[in-house]
Design a protein around this ligand. Sequence first.
Ligand SMILES: [Zn+2]
Ligand SMILES: [Zn+2]
Length: 275
Amino acid sequence: MPSPPNSDCNFEMSCSLHFIGTGAADHDWKNIGAPGVRGSACTLLNGHILLDAGVTAAVNLGRFGAEPDAVTDLLITHTHIDHFDPQAIGKIIAARSADAAPLHIHCSPEGVEILRGNSLETQCRITAVKPGDTFLVGETQVTALSSNHLIKERFAEETMWYLFRMKQGNLLYALDGAWITTRTAEMLRGISLDWAVWDATVHQTADQRSFEHNDLTMVEMIIAALKTRNTVTDKTVHILTHFARTLWPDEAATRRIVEEEHGKLMAYDGLKLTF
Ligand SMILES: [Zn+2]
Ligand SMILES: [Zn+2]
């Protein structure tokens, strides 16, 4: 469970999740920092693994005191602009000191092409990733999982979630995507999750976006189903993120629904959890 938020992460001893951006793509990013405006999806794991870098990533890393030099790896879930913005990635790279090791970016083959098209391949190390791939980032074992999501401009792109297996425990980073694919449910069989970060774009059920994003009821159904396999237990900490501005009430009401009524944690920009 979360311990005091000021205990900075040590790779060996604890696990930290620093939420840099927690909104869906309908937030007014020109007014980032204003009340109610959430940044594009971006999370820093253990102080050095950055998960997604969309439009507001560079700005919000600065706002929340995350050092670009500390980031060793950037893992991209998919190439929607709120998760993958070559300009923002370029700014993060430019903010690193000259003697920092090249940033290692892991993304879909389509993302690799976009990075090359933006001439970023000379400034970082790039590895193509597909669902099913497992690789190491430091001592953390990462597995890319399939997700039910779609880039309309790039129909063939396989969108991904990530599973992190660490000494400290197992973390599922599950955005963007609706439900859980059969393939991913199978790949999670036998694994007990300590923490799960869920796409919670939608509040009310029966929204057209529930073909590509979860609503709150869907999150509860996924969790209940995973409990029958012990992938999720009563000890699993669930954190909801990727809130759409237009599909949830204001911040206070959203927190009440998520935390008091549903017993999950509501991510917000700047939230740092140390486990
Ligand atoms: Zn998104
Ligand atoms: Zn998306």
